[in-house]
Design a protein around this ligand. Structure first.
Ligand code: SF4
Length: 372
């Protein structure tokens, strides 16, 4: 398996939007590549929907530019689902890793790994949001349209955001990753305001459907190091994938986590079954024809996404929650994009809507902040 650290060597061209060529971040990034790879201008195909076959090319070029519109937005969630009130920081688009199920491959229309240089705007938008509701904890993440840590060696973005959040009263930054690239987090004091999070799956799944990501043991080791450096840890079983032998494989994952991590420093754990749109499936079939993702029975849900049958999802979640609770009964576990019926069948007192789930997060995070 190729290490994600190698992706920089695979970048063939760095495109710099002429309007940002003198921006300090653009200059800093461009000095890290040979001059022969730098182009001033726009990568061709901009604003057109990339064909699945172009994605390998897209992942080999970097584009530095300004973001358009708001860069800090509420997570769009999904129709008919209970969501968690999360805020998304759009500092980058796309990802050099290559998970078969990645929604970005059929969702984004930019023809390059894109980094926005607008860090000041991002800070202003976060400050504005934090000041809008006193006493409420706002959770922000950079890992929705890319991987939170993959570009840090180039941009230093997380290294500047951790102290920024440490100085807020009611802001939490989540850095969600499938890498083990935690170098940018070393030597900082997050003061309880940054969560380092890992997406978790059995190693057999990582090997088969998450190319170029870190192995399970590398992720757990990195999480352990972050925990020791004073970060809260988040874990995301997302997507949970059904396959012959899934129970044993997922149970072993939880045993491995329990051997390495202190559950008192795990601030939240999400569970979310595999889901995909029709267009996403077409792209996946184009790019990874023999993928194991489509084993099992799926149906088209009311939000237009395909999911495992509800009875199967409930049964998988019940088992995962049981094993997690056996590890530590105090873990804060939630679903990402699940419906009310699933919540009711798996939790004794489920939240009834997004506002209630957001409030539970609020209480949980204050509990962690007080503990320090
Ligand atoms: S790590 Fe995340 S963003 Fe990157 S390819 Fe995988 S799912 Fe997509």
């Amino acid at each position: 398996m190729k290490s994600p650290t190698l992706y920089l060597n695979e970048i063939e061209t760095v495109w710099i939007d002429p309007t940002v060529r003198n921006h300090p971040l653009a200059q800093r990034i461009s000095t890290q590549f040979p001059a022969s790879k730098i182009r001033i201008g726009f990568p061709e195909g901009l604003l057109t929907q990339p064909h699945p076959l172009q994605l390998d090319r897209i992942k080999k070029r970097l584009f530095l530019t300004h973001g358009r519109g708001h860069l800090v937005k509420p997570c769009p969630g999904s129709r008919g689902r209970i969501c968690c009130g999360y805020w998304v920081i759009n500092a980058m688009l796309h990802c050099p890793m290559d998970c078969h199920y990645c929604i970005l491959q059929s969702y984004l229309s930019v023809p390059a790994l894109t980094v926005f240089v607008d860090e000041d705007t991002i800070r202003e938008e976060i400050q504005h949001r934090l000041g809008s509701r006193d006493g409420h904890i706002f959770r922000f993440g950079t890992g929705e349209l890319g991987d939170s840590l993959i570009h840090d060696a180039l941009t230093g973005f997380s290294r500047r955001m951790v102290p920024f959040f440490a100085n807020t009263r009611n802001g939490i930054l989540e850095l969600k990753t499938k890498t083990a690239l935690i170098g940018s987090l070393k030597g900082l004091d997050p003061k309880g305001h940054t969560v380092a999070s890992w997406s978790i799956n059995p190693q057999s799944i990582i090997q088969k459907v998450e190319p170029k990501t870190a192995s399970l043991s590398q992720r757990i080791k990195a999480a352990r190091q972050c925990q020791d450096m004073g970060y809260w840890i988040g874990l995301h079983f997302d997507p949970v994938i059904w396959f012959e032998g899934w129970e044993k494989a997922y149970h072993e994952v939880i045993e491995s986590l329990a051997q390495s991590l202190d559950p008192r420093r795990i601030i939240w754990i999400s569970l979310a079954g595999l889901r995909y749109t029709r267009q996403q499936k077409e792209t996946i079939k184009w790019r990874f024809g023999d993928t194991l993702l489509f084993f099992g029975e799926f149906f088209r849900d009311e939000d237009g996404k395909f999911r495992y049958l509800q009875s199967l999802r409930i049964s998988m979640y019940q088992k995962l929650i049981k094993w997690l609770m056996e590890w530590s009964p105090d873990l804060f576990i939630y679903f990402c994009m699940e419906n009310r019926r699933v919540w009711e069948e798996t939790f004794p007192s489920p939240p009834h809507n997004t506002r209630e789930l957001d409030e539970r997060f609020n209480q949980n995070v204050w509990r962690f902040l007080k503990r320090g």
